[in-house]
Write a protein that binds this ligand. Structure first.
Ligand code: GDP
Ligand code: MG
Length: 179
């Protein structure tokens, strides 16, 4: 059985690479304050309660002129979404929903790939309004997380497993533990 593939998608700077690192336990994905720094797709493995999942960190969907670097990044993200078993769509709850999020929610819906929506940067109360705005995307109920502080990761892990039709096998130290 091939490993299930999860593509982490969303506009630049929402915290995709931070979430990739959190779930894979690696520091390999570039994290930056500069939007769109992750130019190439990166793959890593996450162990969610004994289930090995392949995660793909993408550059970030961006509205872009044809032929530009941003356009290539966008094409790469669209390809990753189509190839994936599941898209993990990330928004920045502190920024709230911006037009780019809505535009790319449409891309994800049209690809027909199952989606799990996460509202990142929800530590403290700063993300509360953005969390509620995320319902507008039409991608289902968002999961409030803080990739940086490790909050909400258990709920996310449980949702990922059920969305993929998987069950916890076992948990060991270092695994992502579902709630
Ligand atoms: P990407 O462009 O979507 O891959 O975003 P990055 O993972 O590179 O993160 C962009 C910025 O958001 C960095 O400065 C991160 O430290 C920050 N960031 C990521 N996750 C969180 C979070 O949960 N809370 C807060 N406050 N900042 C975060
Ligand atoms: Mg990145």
């Amino acid at each position: 059985m091939p490993l299930p593939v999860i593509a982490i998608v969303g506009r630049p700077n929402v915290g995709k690479s931070t979430l990739f690192n959190r779930l894979t336990g690696k520091r390999s994905a570039l994290v930056s304050d500069l939007p769109g720094l992750t130019r190439d797709r990166r793959e890593g493995e996450a162990n969610v309660a004994g289930n090995i999942l392949t995660l793909v960190d993408t550059a970030g969907l961006e509205e872009a002129a044809a032929g530009s670097i941003a356009a290539r990044m966008r094409a790469q993200s669209e390809e990753a979404i189509k190839k994936a078993d599941l898209a993990l769509f990330v928004i920045d709850a502190r920024d709230g929903i911006v037009p780019a999020d809505a535009a790319f929610a449409k891309v994800v819906r049209e690809a027909g790939t199952p989606v799990v929506l996460v509202a990142n940067k929800c530590e403290g109360r700063s993300g509360q309004q953005g969390f509620y705005e995320a319902f507008q995307l039409g991608l289902g109920e968002p999961i409030a997380i803080s990739a940086e502080h490790g909050e909400g990761i258990g709920e996310l892990a449980g949702t990922l497993l059920s969305a993929l039709g998987l069950k916890p096998v076992r948990t060991r130290k270092g695994d992502v533990e579902p709630e």
